[in-house]
Ligand binder design. Structure first.
Ligand code: NAD
Length: 258
């Protein structure tokens, strides 16, 4: 074990879905902590520019690959490319997610439910489906970090399908953690409260159109910045979290406590 429990020096990390928001902030922090990095998402040109910027800031090898997590071949190709570029895979953060349209349970269209689950749940599962064999092949253990939400731990009115999708991510995370514990591959999720990103903006705008429901109150009295998720993610990726697996870790300014 390294003297610096929190370093990611020499580690090989993939972040799935990090064009913006939490994923982008965590990608920056993972590279800054010393890992080589493959970023991915839907915005190839912008993503490649961001990868160059993060490589220059961190001094690490950083690449970007396009992926749509709804497409199995695209996810398989991403993990193969990342494993090839970095000669292995130790850390995977599965971040891709959308809020879906705000609607009462009875008003949500089936195609919107299916699209939300295709990205938030099937996308996280597909990512793990290809990341796990890559980690097993290296035989060095690993750390997978999924994106749940406080909406994985309680309901959220007028975005019920989103809440259900995040409960599903929590279930996948805990089940994978049990399966992979003998191989020293740890699988956890973070459950952010409200974080200032496009997703939160769209979710709040949509909910205010369909109801007068107020945003859940945050004991700390503010929403988080995306960078405030990064410390927990780097910790989970590092040796400092060597006995942490199957946990859904709230990073929420006290939302769940309240
Ligand atoms: P965001 O919209 O800034 O980022 C979402 C990212 O998902 C995009 O950058 C994109 O790269 C990726 N993505 C979306 N659809 C994709 C697809 N089909 N294929 C590949 N990538 C795709 O929003 P964010 O708030 O940073 O969201 C990141 C994660 O955090 C999501 O899973 C979200 O559910 C979760 N989350 C966000 C909040 C919040 O308040 N912002 C709270 C709890 C959980």
């Amino acid at each position: 074990m390294s003297d610096n429990l929190f370093t990611l020096l020499g580690r090989k990390a993939l972040v799935v879905g990090c064009d913006s928001g939490i994923g982008l902030a965590c990608a920056r922090a993972i590279a800054a902590a010393g890992a080589s990095l493959v970023m991915s998402g839907l915005e190839k040109e912008r993503g490649e520019a961001l990868a160059r910027e993060i490589a220059s800031d961190s001094g690490q090898s950083v690449h970007y690959r396009a992926v749509d997590v709804r497409d199995e071949a695209s996810v398989e190709a991403l993990v193969a490319a990342a494993t090839g570029i970095m000669d292995g895979l130790d850390i995977a953060m599965n971040n891709a997610g959308i809020p879906g349209p705000a609607a009462a349970i009875q008003d949500l269209a089936a195609r919107d439910f299916d699209n939300l689950f295709a990205i938030n749940v099937r996308g996280a599962w597909l990512s793990m489906k290809y990341e796990i064999p890559a980690m097993l092949a290296a035989g060095q253990g690993g750390s997978i970090i999924n994106l749940a939400s406080t909406a994985a731990l309680s309901g959220l009115a007028y975005v019920g399908a989103y809440s259900a999708s995040k409960h599903a991510v929590a279930g996948l995370t805990k089940s994978a953690a049990i399966e992979l514990a003998p191989h020293n591959i740890r699988v956890n999720a973070i459950a952010p409260g409200p974080v200032q990103t496009d997703l939160l903006h769209n979710m709040r705008a949509g909910r205010s159109q369909v109801s007068d429901v107020r945003p859940a109150s945050v004991p700390m009295g503010r929403v988080a910045q995306p960078e405030e998720m990064a410390g927990t993610v780097v910790w989970l990726a590092s040796q400092a979290a060597s006995f942490v697996t199957g946990s859904i870790i709230s990073v929420d300014g006290g939302v769940i406590a309240a």
